[in-house]
Design a protein around this ligand. Structure first.
Ligand SMILES: [Zn+2]
Length: 173
């Protein structure tokens, strides 16, 4: 009816509820249940619903996406993909060396360049540009041995001259 009375009633209610909660642990149940329904992903750096995690006997703090990424590192893959990954990885490092931020050659274009010999002995080969002042593209790419790559990249590092690089590359291929 009057304001002081209403406030008084509310106050009683609050006290009695908090006292009830303190004495009775049943209110904790929803909270711990919520804990079972979420998990922390150490890559996302976030607490995610349990549905984002793979159901496994072992509790992993990686969501399905990040677990897949983690496992990809260990997946041997097909010989062609393994060769592709190795060549692309080394080529990308060179792309930065030559002052570009990305390559303009697609996955299928790189795969098309691979011979059986490249696939079988991929660690012996590198994908390099014909001219280092142009982005690595299907028209500006060649697969050479790692020794030849080391040689021409060395020429370029010393001279910083794309023509010198191109001239020396032509001499050895
Ligand atoms: Zn994650």
């Amino acid at each position: 009816m009057t304001e002081p009375m209403t406030t008084g009633d509310n106050r009683v209610l609050i006290v009695s509820l908090s006292m009830k909660r303190a004495m009775d642990a049943s209110h904790l149940k929803p909270f711990s249940k919520a804990c079972e329904e979420v998990r922390f992903c150490r890559k996302c750096m976030a607490v995610l619903p349990i549905s984002s995690f793979k159901k496994e006997p072992k509790v992993r703090f990686l969501c399905t996406t990040h677990l897949r990424d983690e496992r990809k590192k260990y997946v041997v893959g097909t010989p062609i993909l393994r060769a592709f990954n190795a060549l692309r990885c080394r080529a990308r490092q060179d792309v930065f060396t030559f002052g570009f931020t990305k390559m303009q050659i697609t996955r299928s274009q790189i795969i098309a360049l691979l011979s059986d010999e490249h696939v079988a002995n991929f660690s012996q080969y590198s994908l390099i540009p014909l001219r280092p002042d142009k982005p690595l593209s299907i028209d500006n790419a060649i697969i050479v041995s790692v020794e030849k790559r080391r040689y021409v990249v060395g020429v370029w590092r010393k001279s910083r001259d794309p023509d010198e690089y191109e001239k020396n590359l032509k001499l050895i291929i």
